[in-house]
Each structure stands twice: as structure tokens, then as C-alpha cells.
Design a protein around this ligand. Structure first.
Ligand code: ACO
Length: 327
């Protein structure tokens, strides 16, 4: 039976760097607070006129080239995002057109910061069922466009960028060994953007007056449940595939907070040297954080054939998941 393997990766981030020093000019914060509480030193910010789909397309082209797959052979394009170019049409349709992937079905999914893991799980299922052979999975966000630069507790966290992964059908021992995705809608208020949808449409003045189309987060509460949930699903995929944590070559987690990454690694017994961290340079890019980190690590030549990679993420919804992949 076929399953999905990661055949290519790519990334594209805006050139503009927003440093912690820049943020001290906008809100009452300090480089010291941001670095010690989150690990973030700088993040990328899209300039006026830059469009997220262009970054998704650039990352996708790199992934196709790395995986040696022609755009005409792509069966499906999944874009995980909470900040698409526009509500209609979907980002994936825009990306499909810009790429010229005529044969591909295309759709978006909103699973917050866990979006890439939701996509991995779904793409593996499509490939296992024989409904697709080549799936482009893209995580892309322009979250700085929804950050509230009057709220120091959230605006320092987010950054912009896109990462792409080409998933290809294989019968080899490489690829997705196990994956799981979860949701608990009871925790919806932990991370939200209350305005901009049909409850508080963006075209009503009161939506903006009440500052509703901005990201809100209950940071402390989210922190605790994020660590616990990611550890649980990591253990689950390891158990399902019969591996122990000391066999994991690399943990590539969602980059929300360096302290969360350390806590997850510690509880699993994976030392920090085996945790991939780039939050210092990009901040939290939500659904883009794992594919960006993976692409950087791949292109630095850090991952060897046969390495066992554990992915995990947690985000708005609440949503979370884990995946174990043989490289
Ligand atoms: N600069 C200076 N002080 C600040 C800042 C800031 N930028 N932000 C908050 N503070 C202050 C607070 O006002 C508070 O002060 P007080 O004690 O006088 O009231 C103090 O610092 C501590 O605030 P906390 O919110 O308790 O800080 P905490 O250590 O929890 O860190 C953070 C906040 C970074 C948000 C952390 O809770 C976190 O990372 N949470 C999880 C994030 C996450 O995983 N999100 C999921 C994905 S996001 C998505 O899906 C879109």
C-alpha cells in the first residue's frame, strides 16, 4: 500500500525584519522580556503591497523542484492558513492558478497553528486511499496584519512567512509512519479573532471600533494545555509505530514559544540539541512555522536519510496533532 513521504520542501519569507527594539517603540515592552519569555528576537513582516499567495507560490515552486515533480502532476493543493489573501476564493485556488497546476484540486483549511499537521494527516490519507499521488501542502500566514499593536501581550509574538512540503506516494520505508490530529472546541476563547466573520462582519464600523479583527490570546492558559496536549499526541504516535523517544533524531515542533518547546522536549526526554528551533528569527508564523523550520533544516543539510522526525503543533480551535516521519 502507498503512503506519503516528504519529497521536497520550500520556504519564502518577507525581507522586512521587525526586531524587538522596533516593538519597544510601539508598546511598553523590552527586548529582555520578549527574549526571556518567548525566545523571539525578530520576526518578518510583510510590507504594504506584498501578498501572501505569492510567498506560498514561491515556497511551492521550491518544494516541487526539490522533489523533482512537475507542476502538471500535482493532484491536490492544501493551504493551511488563518490569514488568506481574501475570504473568497480560497488561497489554495489562487495558488493553483498562479502555479499553473491545472490538474490539482485545491482548498484551504483553518486549523490554527496545527494546520500543517492537519494537512499532513489528510494528505497521507488521500495518498493511502489512492485518491492522490502528489500533494502540495503549504502553510502560509501574514499574522502581523492581524496583530494588535496596542496589545503588548500578543503583538510581540507573531511573524509572517510561508513554507511548502511536497508529499509523494511511496511504498518505501520512508515517509509518514503515524499521525494524529485532535480538537477541543471548548477552548475556543483561548486563541481567537472575534471579528471579520459573519458574526461581526468586517464591513461594519463597530467591528473595527471594538478592535475585533485582531488576534486575542489567553497566554498562560494556552501555554499549559499546549505542553500537555503536544506531549500526549507525541507519545501516542511513537507508541502506535513502536518507537521510543530516544530513537527520535529530531523534534520539529510548532514555534510558539521557546519555553513551550523546552517543556515538551523535557517531558518527552528529548534533549534540546535534538529540538529544531528558529523562533528567535521568525516568531510564531502559525501554520507556516513547521514547514519553514523543516525547509531550513533540510537545506542546511542537517537531516540524513533514515532520520526519525517527530512533528507536533498546537493552536487555535483548540487544535493539535503529531506526526512521525522516516526521512
Ligand atoms: N512586554 C513586557 N511585559 C509583558 C508583555 C510584553 N510584551 N506581555 C505581557 N507582559 C506582562 C504582563 O502584563 C504580565 O504583567 P503583570 O504580572 O504585571 O500582570 C507579565 O508580563 C506576565 O504575563 P503573562 O501573560 O503571564 O506572561 P507569560 O509568561 O505567560 O508569557 C506568552 C506570555 C508569551 C504569551 C505565553 O503565555 C505563551 O507563549 N503562551 C502560549 C502561546 C501559544 O502556544 N499559542 C498557541 C499558538 S498561537 C495560534 O494558534 C495563532
Amino acid at each position: 500500500m502507498f503512503h506519503a513521504c516528504i519529497a521536497g520542501t520550500g520556504r519564502a519569507v518577507p525581507g522586512k525584519v521587525l526586531t524587538n527594539a522596533d516593538l519597544t517603540r510601539l508598546v511598553d515592552t523590552s527586548d529582555e522580556w520578549i527574549v526571556t519569555r518567548t525566545g523571539i528576537r525578530e520576526r518578518r513582516q510583510a510590507a504594504d503591497g506584498e501578498v501572501l499567495s505569492d510567498f506560498c507560490v514561491e515556497a511551492a515552486r521550491q518544494a516541487l523542484e526539490a522533489g523533482n515533480v512537475s507542476v502538471k502532476d500535482v493532484d491536490a493543493i492544501l493551504v493551511s492558513t488563518v490569514s488568506p489573501d481574501a475570504p473568497i476564493p480560497s488561497m489554495a485556488c489562487i495558488v493553483q492558478h498562479k502555479l499553473g497546476a491545472k490538474k490539482a484540486a485545491a482548498w484551504d483549511q483553518n486549523a490554527g497553528c496545527a494546520g500543517w499537521l492537519y494537512g499532513l494527516h489528510i494528505a497521507d490519507g488521500l495518498i493511502q486511499s489512492g485518491k492522490a499521488r502528489n500533494v502540495l501542502l503549504i502553510g502560509g500566514e501574514f499574522l502581523t496584519r492581524y496583530a494588535d499593536y496596542t496589545d503588548r501581550a500578543t503583538c510581540v509574538l507573531f511573524g509572517d512567512g510561508a513554507g511548502a512540503t511536497l508529499l509523494k506516494a511511496t511504498k518505501s520505508d520512508r515517509g509518514v509512519l503515524a499521525s494524529t490530529i485532535r480538537c477541543d472546541g471548548e477552548g475556543a476563547a483561548f486563541i481567537s479573532m472575534p471579528g471579520g466573520g459573519s458574526t461581526h462582519p468586517p464591513n461594519r464600523p463597530e467591528t473595527l471600533e471594538q478592535r475585533l479583527p485582531f488576534i486575542k490570546m489567553m497566554g498562560g492558559e494556552t501555554f499549559k494545555v499546549a505542553v500537555r496536549s503536544m506531549v500526549d499526541v507525541c507519545r501516542e504516535v511513537l507508541q502506535e509505530s513502536g518507537f521510543e523517544t530516544d530513537e527520535v533524531s529530531w523534534l520539529i515542533p510548532h514555534q510558539a514559544n521557546d519555553r513551550i518547546i523546552s517543556a515538551v522536549g523535557e517531558r518527552l526526554g528529548i534533549p534540546k540539541e535534538r529540538c529544531v528551533v528558529n523562533i528567535d528569527r521568525y516568531g510564531n508564523t502559525s501554520a507556516a512555522s513547521i514547514p519553514i523550520a523543516l525547509d531550513e533544516f533540510v537545506r542546511e543539510g542537517r537531516i540524513k536519510r533514515g532520520d526519525l522526525i517527530l512533528f507536533t503543533a498546537f493552536g487555535a480551535g483548540l487544535t493539535w496533532g503529531a506526526g512521525l516521519v522516516r526521512w
